[in-house]
Design a protein around this ligand. Structure first.
Ligand SMILES: *[C@@H]1O[C@H](CO)[C@@H](O)[C@H](O)[C@H]1NC(C)=O
Ligand SMILES: *[C@@H]1O[C@H](CO)[C@@H](O)[C@H](O)[C@H]1NC(C)=O
Length: 725
């Protein structure tokens, strides 16, 4: 019965993707607030993008009408159209719209909304917003003001944690006064140390320092970042735990003093302290460790009188010691993986708790979770340019589907990724009976995820899934920095292909070319492409001689040149001709199974399903993506390949001669002057975009020839800031 309910809850999520949602009625009966037994009359969601859509999906299922707020830039956004009503709350800048408390209160009044869900980010952890909502007579779907205030302050929350007997990291239990004081503290606890903004979150205002020099530099940058992002530049210093793993406990409390914990999530794959891949449960955690972490998390919640959903974050070392990091008093980005393994809808629980109902799950129920779930955060950003946002229109966009795939997004084909907001495209979640099957599902899902028009990190995410340490569950928050140390190493065209994957890619490229020849000659001489074709494929500057022949030639005999035998090799269910591709050291059998769209090719390679992405198709050249790696494959007849060797090599710009702005933003400072000598790694300029400060550094020794932009200027992507002579 229990597992059946869990399964049903899971299925409801899967059925309720935006665009294809069904209105399923809720099973549990609740204490009525609204006249007809609904929990609330109307729910306003004070957020945008995927989380707004996700919250509304549950509200709709529970029969609660929804109100969206949107900025002028988001008038056509999916979340605004998904709601029953939508109200514009101001111009594009989030300070003028999604953070504009008076405008949001006015939208509540205008629509008669009696409850507000804040999502995550924006006003979700803002105590004044909670007070304003409640002051206006509505219900805030989240924790009480007191808990938001106490846990929102890193110093206060650490004191609370220590008092509630939660393990804490050695460090300075207060705010540092200035860089000198920070240095004294750092020397006291010993390097490496972590510098963190007291009001921080999302990796902003946070840096590790391994030396005095790094401490001073990092302190300066963090203070500035924190001041601009949070209007609060207070800093903390604590011991930095090496090879740390980020493990967190989802908690849920009601207004009657009951608190339960869920099985942990591990979020160790991070870039600059931003989570990238999460999974539940964690490969590290034992049942004893889970219970210890869970009980500490519950103790902390009880100490601050917590209700609603929240997350207690810990750092753990490989010896399974764990330390309190912080508590997030909101629904987390990565909450879906917890929902997938427990079958619980956290947003539904938040709404019920907010309406005053007691918890409808027991601790015992939550510890019997099923299977494994994994989440990848797909961002519109450019890993090859230091992970800066990539803005533009989604020209082609197709989300993966499947029985165990959940894709939470707030975009669709044609949507604009704007520079005003977080560049998250979607959260891709897969579920499986165990870690290996969730992982295999994630590989398939990422392989068939079509995103064109913006640069994104899905290729890198896919590449991570093949790294042996990741496969073994040997994770740490330093994983990405260790495996992809430079921007170049994470560029899609430099991501590695195993020799098996490279062979598959070549065989499928040959298949595409042969398929095209057949279409070109269709109605004409089919026999021509039925015969043996000799090709030379060029990839990664290697020329590979390849022979392609119809697979039935080998199976039915050399004379298989009639359309009848070609049809015989095409299994029912459609798809192309089966081909035998002879590579220098092996033979592969491939068949194009077709998808009906030009961006994606489904194929069968040696009997296994494979997905190939076609980024560009020229007359003799393909830009292809396989297992996250992008490669250009040139297809030539034997003679053409010999000639190509004598072609001139195209000129490539020498990037060591200029410093360009990697993205649109504001030039905060230029550190160098004309005539100044710089060494590799020296700071040249600082560009701020999306509230992140990015230090641009010299790559080689040089002398500044000209400074072409001034501090304060708005700079475009690729605009030259400094030229070396
Ligand atoms: C809450 O949000 C308002 C509006 O953005 C902002 O002025 C205020 O500083 C925020 N307060 C906290 C505690 O974050
Ligand atoms: C994906 O984007 C996020 C957000 O910018 C970033 O932190 C992360 O590192 C990117 N992905 C990978 C695999 O690095």
């Amino acid at each position: 019965m229990q597992s059946r309910r869990r399964l049903l809850a899971c299925l409801r999520f899967l059925a309720a993707a935006p665009g294809g949602e069904r209105h399923l009625s809720s099973t549990a009966a609740g204490s009525a607030r609204a006249a007809d037994g609904r929990l609330f009359n109307k729910l306003l969601v004070a957020n945008r993008g995927e989380i707004a859509v996700r919250v509304m999906r549950t509200a709709k299922r529970l029969g609660i009408p929804t109100v969206a707020i949107y900025s002028e830039a988001d008038a056509a956004a999916v979340h605004a159209r998904y709601a029953n009503e939508a109200v514009c709350v101001g111009p594009a800048a989030s300070t003028a719209s999604y953070l504009n408390i008076p405008a949001i209160l006015a939208a509540m009044k205008q629509t008669g909304a009696d409850a507000v869900h804040p999502g995550y980010g924006f006003l979700s952890e803002n105590a004044s917003f909670v007070e304003a909502v409640e002051g206006a007579g509505a219900t805030f779907v989240g924790p009480p003001t007191y808990a938001v205030e106490k846990m929102g302050d890193k110093v206060e929350s650490k004191k609370f944690a220590a008092a509630a007997q939660v393990n804490t990291i050695p460090g300075w239990a207060g705010v540092t006064e200035n860089a000198d004081h920070a240095l004294t503290v750092a020397k006291d606890i010993g390097f490496p140390v972590m510098i963190k903004a007291s009001a921080g979150g999302g990796g902003k205002g946070m840096r590790v320092a391994w030396s005095e020099k790094e401490l001073r530099e990092g302190y300066e940058l963090c203070t500035q970042e924190a001041a601009s992002a949070f209007g609060d530049s207070r800093m903390l210093i604590e011991k930095f735990i090496e090879q740390p793993r980020h493990i967190e406990i989802q908690v849920l409390g009601d207004k009657h003093g009951n608190v339960v914990y869920f099985p942990e999530r591990e979020c160790s794959i991070q870039r600059r302290n931003q989570k990238v891949i999460e999974e539940a449960p964690s490969p590290l955690v034992t049942p004893e460790m889970r219970r210890a972490m869970g009980e500490q998390a519950v103790a902390l919640c009880k100490a601050v009188g917590y209700h609603s959903a929240g997350t207690v974050e810990f750092l753990a070392n490989p010896q399974r010691q764990f330390y309190f990091l912080e508590m997030n008093t909101r629904l987390q980005v990565e909450h879906p993986i917890t929902e997938m393994i427990t079958g619980q809808d956290l947003v539904e629980h938040m709404l019920r708790v907010a309406a005053g109902q007691p918890l409808t799950v027991t601790q015992d129920q939550l510890l019997h979770c099923s299977g494994w779930a994994m989440e990848c955060r797909v961002y519109a950003e450019d890993p090859a340019r230091g992970f800066l946002p990539s803005i533009g229109r989604l020209q082609h966009y197709r989300e993966p589907r499947g029985p165990s795939v959940r894709c939470d997004s707030g975009v669709q084909e044609g949507s604009e990724i704007s520079m005003h907001y977080d560049p998250l495209i979607s959260k891709l979640v897969t579920h499986g009976v165990d870690r290996q099957s969730a992982l295999a599902g994630m590989r398939r899902a990422l392989d068939s995820y079509v995103i064109r028009g913006v640069r994104h990190n899905a290729t890198l995410l896919r590449s991570v899934l093949d790294v042996p340490q990741f496969v073994e569950g040997d994770l740490s928050t330093a994983f990405l920095a260790q495996h992809y140390p430079t921007p170049a190493s994470s560029a899609p065209n430099r991501l590695p292909l195993s020799s098996q994957q490279a062979d598959e890619l070549l065989a499928m490229a040959a298949m595409l070319w042969v398929g095209k020849q057949r279409r070109l000659s269709s109605g004409g001489d089919v026999a021509q492409v039925q015969a043996e074709t000799q090709l030379v494929l060029t990839m990664d500057e290697q020329q590979v001689p390849v022979t392609v022949r119809p697979a039935e030639a080998r199976m039915v005999g050399a004379a298989a040149t009639t359309t009848t035998s070609a049809a015989a090799a095409t299994p029912p269910g459609g798809g192309g001709q089966a081909l035998e591709v002879q590579l220098p050291h092996r033979i592969m059998y491939v068949r194009d199974c077709g998808t009906g769209n030009a961006q994606l090719v489904r194929a069968e390679v040696d009997g296994q399903a494979a997905v190939l992405q076609v980024l560009e198709a020229g007359p003799r050249q393909y830009a292809l993506q396989h297992c996250g790696a992008q490669r250009v494959v040139q297809v030539d007849g034997v003679l053409a390949a010999q000639l190509a060797r004598h072609m001139p090599v195209p000129h490539v710009e020498d990037f060591s001669k200029v410093i360009r702005s990697p993205m649109p933003g504001t030039l905060v400072s230029v550190t160098v002057k004309q005539g100044q000598r710089v060494a590799p790694g020296d700071e040249v300029a600082v560009v701020e975009a999306m509230k992140m400060r990015n230090v641009l550094r010299a790559e080689v020794d040089g002398v500044v020839g000209a400074v072409e932009a001034e501090a304060g200027a708005v700079v475009a992507a690729d605009q030259v800031i400094v030229r070396f002579s």
